[in-house]
Design a protein around this ligand. Structure first.
Ligand code: NDP
Length: 242
């Protein structure tokens, strides 16, 4: 594995779920920009050039072990991209406890666990970026996704609280809210549902993982230095007004 030397614009980045989908595109874009990138995965391995570490974000010990491994291999995490996420859709009346709990445990608690574990090193460095991957569902809501929308909207409160708590130490926390992005997560939904959603997108197309990665890269870079507590949609206009 070839790691870039440390320069002021080359940071140590950890992307949770950086092995596929949106997380993979983010990892690849940040690698191409010369950052030292670590990705968490659950057995599949990470992309070439990245430091891969297994981690289930629902397990606090796993999160701690993964951060320690990253610190030893490529240095303390300076940019955390909390991307790992799941869905488990059901209408409210039919949604089981385990479906609600499982989604919130991964999408919200997982993000919080990683943010908490990343904080001491960022405080020591007096520099840090936390980027949480939310969803247009966070603010617009989605029928059949009460668990998912609740977990994703809570990331906004999380990022804004972190901004107030850690902003004075030069640590930013932002939320990126994708709309419909073609990945394995959306591939399980029916083509007719996809068409229905895309018809509502002013830009008239689905998003790509690279569309999301571009905004994350910008937030992670020097140009994003004065942005914190923001919710940045990457949805082709789908969520306008929400
Ligand atoms: P994918 O289903 O393609 O990938 C999900 C990623 O999350 C995988 O890397 C997966 O790891 C990881 N993951 C899931 N559960 C855990 C866990 N418990 N611990 C560690 N890693 C886990 O989804 P996307 O790439 O589409 O989604 C990425 C993020 O973007 C998610 O947070 C999602 O909610 C969000 N998003 C996606 C949208 C879309 O339209 N696709 C729209 C809006 C938001 P593994 O490979 O091991 O399963």
């Amino acid at each position: 594995m070839q790691l870039s030397p440390s320069t002021p614009s080359s940071r140590t980045v950890l992307v949770t779920g950086g092995n596929r989908g949106i997380g993979l595109a983010i990892s690849e874009q940040l690698l191409a920009q010369g950052h030292r990138v670590a990705v968490t995965h659950r057995g599949s391995g990470g992309p070439a050039g990245a430091f891969g570490v297994t981690c289930d974000v629902t397990n606090p010990k796993d999160v701690d072990r993964a951060f320690t491994a990253v610190e030893e291999a490529i240095g303390p995490v300076e940019v955390l991209v909390s991307n790992a996420g799941v869905t488990s859709d059901a209408l409210l009346m039919r949604m089981r406890e385990d479906q609600f709990h499982g989604v919130v445990d991964t999408n919200l608690f997982g993000a919080w666990r990683c943010a908490r574990r990343a904080t001491p090193a960022m405080l020591r460095a007096r520099w840090g970026r936390m980027i949480f991957i939310s969803s247009v569902s966070a603010t617009s809501g989605t029928a059949g996704q009460a668990n998912y929308a609740a977990s994703k909207s809570a990331l906004i409160g999380l990022a804004r609280s972190i901004t107030r708590e850690l902003g004075p130490r030069n640590i930013t926390a932002n939320v990126v809210s994708p709309g419909w992005i073609d990945t394995e997560m959306t591939a399980v939904l029916s083509p007719s549902h996809r068409t229905e959603v895309i018809e509502q997108v002013p830009l008239g197309r689905a998003g790509t993982p690279e569309d999301v990665a571009g905004v994350v890269s910008w937030l992670a870079g020097e140009a994003g230095a004065y942005v914190s507590g923001a919710v940045i949609p990457v949805d082709g206009g789908l969520g306008m007004g929400c």
